[in-house]
Design a protein around this ligand. Structure first.
Ligand code: ZN
Length: 493
């Protein structure tokens, strides 16, 4: 039992904690509440990362007819796709958010339309009143629609728009500059995606959201404008920590003279750069989209009630740096043999995406991207292979009565018998193979070495003489359990 003074101390600690908690979260919104109601506002038409300009046009139309919103065409891309600004609110603080200046970075575009759905629902009027009174909020979703069309970073001219802030050659860059200037935006949100292989430094956790208060000069000075960016990031970080603990990173703030974020900070807009990275089992970034939704609304709330200004900007530097130490799959300490040599190695595997011609879907083509002692690296998925031998797969030549292509269960049986390659007389119509075994041409020769950088990872794991696991195109398959998480194998000539 605690004595009376101790109890008092505990109570006052709890009380202080509670007050702290109150000031930590923006008063306008509660992160947990936003996360809970999110499904209601998730715009169903935007299904995955490969959204296109034609997917957002009908959504823009919807807001054109609502009196609380103003939708303006503010320019066009190289290929003539419209760039549109959606504005709401009548406050004097100007907030400008744009997304997808890199065409294959669509997470925040999806989230912007979810935020708009929330803002337009009359049921939230009481919550959003302060936003509409104090702020004028302007969204420019999908700044690079030509890139989005082919799910590519760059615009139609092959330019990285984020290196065109000084020359302003691309029409998309000119629009961004013109809107920033015409609004004289007080706050700017530059919304991007980063590689899912970034982790929060010295931890195995992915940097699901990374922030950057961009520098406006080489010296990385902190003036009033940049300080506000930092304070806002501190408040957003607090919100995110409650939803994805330890999964927030800080992007390198080296000054990039050609980038928009850095220049916009220089031009007097407090700029927050948000990078959506990776999250466990969230290849299409739908969880990350929700985190964007929550943190954008929380940030708007913190600007509207100026609670961000209470934050200690120095806490910005407490956010762990981004590090790039993640693999999709890390195999640890497998026994490897080469002629007379024997030893152990770790294997780092990354699954790269190959788009279909229309850039609607993709398949995976994996690679071994590192080998050796990878003890300072992490995997979204890790397998401790201590005591397992690495085994090269064999090629199976179908016999009369065998199917042309095995079923999933037949393929699993073949893997258990040490076969990784199934010969087919003719190349399949597509290079994607849906069963967990490689289809190969009659000319295909099984490689005599299974591990080298850049190689497509395919091998078997054997313990006590029994093959228990297969690595097929970079997916780990537990042969006692089936194809959990497997997406595709490949056809090899
Ligand atoms: Zn980007």
């Amino acid at each position: 039992m605690a004595s009376a003074p101790q109890t008092k101390a505990i109570i006052s600690t709890v009380f202080i904690f509670f007050l702290g908690w109150q000031s930590v979260f923006a008063q306008v919104f509660d992160a947990q509440d936003l996360a809970e109601i999110y499904p209601k506002y998730k715009v169903a038409q935007l299904k995955d990362r490969r959204i296109k300009h034609q997917d957002i046009l009908p959504l823009l139309e919807k807001y054109r007819s609502q009196s609380a919103f103003k939708v303006q065409k503010v320019g066009a891309s190289v290929e003539g796709r419209s760039l549109n600004l959606i504005s709401t609110g009548s406050g004097k603080t100007q907030v400008f958010l744009w997304s997808q200046m890199h065409g294959d970075e669509s997470t925040a575009t999806m989230a912007i339309f979810d935020v708009l759905a929330y803002l337009s629902d009359p049921i939230n009027d009481a919550k959003t009143a302060q936003l509409r009174q104090n702020l004028s909020i302007h969204f420019l979703p999908m700044l690079n629609p030509d890139g989005a069309q082919v799910f590519d970073r760059r615009n139609k001219l092959g330019m990285d728009l984020n290196r065109d802030a000084l020359r302003l050659q691309a029409p998309e860059s000119q629009v961004l500059k013109r809107i920033r200037d015409s609004l004289e935006a007080d706050f700017g949100f530059n919304l991007h995606d980063q590689s899912r292989y970034y982790n929060a430094a010295f931890t195995p956790k992915p940097a699901t959201i990374s922030f950057l208060a961009t520098a406006f000069n080489e010296a990385k000075d902190i003036n009033d404008t940049r300080k506000k960016s930092m304070q806002l990031i501190v408040s957003m970080n607090e919100v995110l920590q409650s939803l994805a603990p330890g999964q927030v990173g800080r992007y390198d703030d080296t000054f990039e003279p050609r980038a928009f974020g850095d220049n916009i900070q220089k031009w007097g807009t407090s700029l927050v750069l948000i990078e959506s990275g990776g999250y466990q089992n969230d290849l299409e970034k739908q969880v990350i989209r929700q985190l964007n939704f929550v943190s954008i609304l929380a940030a708007l709330g913190a600007i509207a009630d100026e609670s961000y200004a209470q934050e200690d900007y120095q806490k910005y530097f407490d956010i762990p740096m981004n590090d790039r130490k993640l693999f999709d799959l890390k195999i640890k300490e497998v026994n490897q043999k080469w002629e007379d040599w024997q030893g152990v190695t770790d294997i780092g595997i990354q699954r790269f995406e190959v788009d279909d011609p229309a850039h609607e879907t993709f398949y995976h083509r994996s690679q071994i991207t590192d080998l050796g002692d990878l003890s300072t690296f992490y995997g979204y998925e890790e397998f401790d292979a201590k005591g397992y031998d690495l085994v090269l797969g064999k090629k199976y030549i179908p016999q009369p009565g065998d199917p042309k292509i095995p079923s999933i269960s037949q393929a699993l049986e073949m893997l258990k018998k040490g076969y990784l390659y199934w010969q087919v007389a003719q190349a399949p119509s597509k290079s994607v193979v849906e069963v967990p075994i490689f289809l190969v041409s009659p000319q295909f020769v099984v490689p005599d070495q299974s591990l080298y950088l850049g190689k497509n990872p395919n091998f078997l794991l054997r313990k006590n003489g029994i093959i228990t696991h297969a690595i097929v195109n970079g997916y780990l398959i537990d042969l006692s359990k089936g194809t959990n998480g497997f997406r595709n194998a490949l056809y090899l000539r």
